[in-house]
Design a protein around this ligand. Structure first.
Ligand code: HEC
Ligand code: HEC
Length: 331
């Protein structure tokens, strides 16, 4: 007997292993929960609600509430027909920072209070939250910077700091900002993107991409995606990865989410290519990216530290550019 086992040990070992595996699956109930050690993705951050914050009172509460209103209804106060000043193109911050900057994966403000002031490669210096807010005024809202000592700026800062109060300093919670989509191994295609636009975006943003104004003309029910009232060429959304990531997780509005997106990643890249090929206001970007080697892979304006064309930096494929950077970093 011993001799036979020795001779046939590989067969015996396999039989034993299979038996153990079969018995294991038999004893394990089919609905056994996964072991506690399995890595669960962290819960994404969503902003607190003023309605449940009973601590915040008096003038401080009023300031935070005004900040929330300015983020949600920017045009009403600061748009072309604004009641306080005329500084911006008529978009609301909330058009791109959903639920007034509180929605998971909706380009929220969850990491702002915890990570600013910080060095930013675009400007080449340390930026405060006020600087960053004014970046969006001058680019995303194609307008003018807000006086940093104004009541409005103080309110926006109070609101953003209140939103992020529970986020530990130096950390970026899950779901903050815009998700990174995997690169395609072909360039994003404006023609394919036009088909996506016609099928899935036209009903709200319009055949001409100009959105839809409210009846009194002072704010957008559906914001424009290109043309004179849209973000300019210096805005974050003008980079394909920012547009594609935002749209993939959030558009069509309220019919899409990070875990149940309405568009495939390819559709998101292609529609980004289509929209960002349409005319829009330009911005002088000469002061941006003083160190050109720090330009994001999808920054569509040269000069670059590599030899890829502006077209490839705009539409991709981005994989080869990213691989080339890795090689040069490790050298
Ligand atoms: C047209 C879209 C758009 C509008 C409108 C807009 N933003 Fe932004 N904002 C962006 C994008 C895109 C980013 C960069 C996100 C990224 O790079 O992941 C950004 C980034 C920011 C950040 C930095 C976030 C971070 O985590 O570092 C702040 C703060 C901010 N915006 C505030 C505002 C405020 C306040 C307004 C209104 C005055 C506004 N934005 C309007 C698109 C917009
Ligand atoms: C059901 C209506 C609807 C559809 C369909 C829709 N959107 Fe939107 N979109 C909105 C609304 C509403 C907002 C502003 C959200 C807010 O203010 O809370 C918005 C905001 C945006 C923004 C940021 C603001 C801006 O003007 O730049 C982009 C970009 C965008 N949508 C792209 C798209 C794309 C691309 C599609 C098609 C894949 C799409 N949307 C489909 C309603 C829609």
């Amino acid at each position: 007997m011993l001799k036979t086992i020795k001779q046939n040990w590989p067969v015996v070992a396999i039989v034993l292993a299979v038996t153990v595996a079969v018995v294991r699956t038999m004893v394990q109930a089919p609905d056994t929960p996964p072991p506690a050690t399995a890595a669960m993705p962290p819960e994404p951050w969503t902003g607190p609600s003023l309605l449940t914050d009973r601590q915040l009172q008096g003038p401080e509460r009023a300031l935070v509430a005004y900040g929330a209103d300015l983020v949600a209804n920017t045009a009403r106060y600061l748009g072309p027909q604004g009641s306080v000043a005329h500084l911006s193109n008529g978009l609301n911050c909330q058009n791109c920072h959903l639920d007034a900057g509180r929605r998971a994966w909706g380009n929220n403000y969850g990491a702002v209070a915890s990570t600013y002031p910080k060095h930013r490669d675009r400007s080449g210096h340390v930026e405060s939250i006020a600087n960053r807010v004014n970046d969006c005024f001058e680019r995303s809202l194609n307008g003018q910077a807000l006086d940093t000592t104004s009541h409005e700026m103080r309110a926006i800062l109070a609101y953003i700091n209140w939103l992020g109060q529970a986020v530990p300093a130096g950390t970026k919670p899950a779901g903050a900002g815009i998700a990174e989509l995997p690169y395609m191994n072909r360039p994003a295609d404006p023609l394919k993107g036009q088909q996506v636009y016609t099928a899935k975006c036209v009903s709200c943003h319009g055949t001409d991409g100009q959105g839809q104004l409210a009846e009194n003309g002072s704010w957008y029910v559906y914001p424009p995606l290109w043309g004179p009232h849209s973000y300019n060429t210096g805005a974050g959304l003008f980079r394909l990865s920012r547009f594609a990531g935002f749209v993939h997780d959030n558009m069509p509005y309220n019919q899409s989410s990070h875990h149940a997106p309405a568009l495939s990643t390819e559709e998101a890249w292609d529609v980004a290519a289509f929209v960002n090929s349409q005319p829009r206001p330009t911005k002088d970007l000469n002061q941006d990216w003083p160190d050109i080697s720090k330009k994001p892979i999808d920054h569509p304006f040269g000069p670059y530290a590599d030899s890829f064309s502006e077209t490839q930096h705009k539409y991709g494929p981005f994989g080869p550019i990213a691989a080339n950077r890795k090689i040069h970093k490790t050298k």
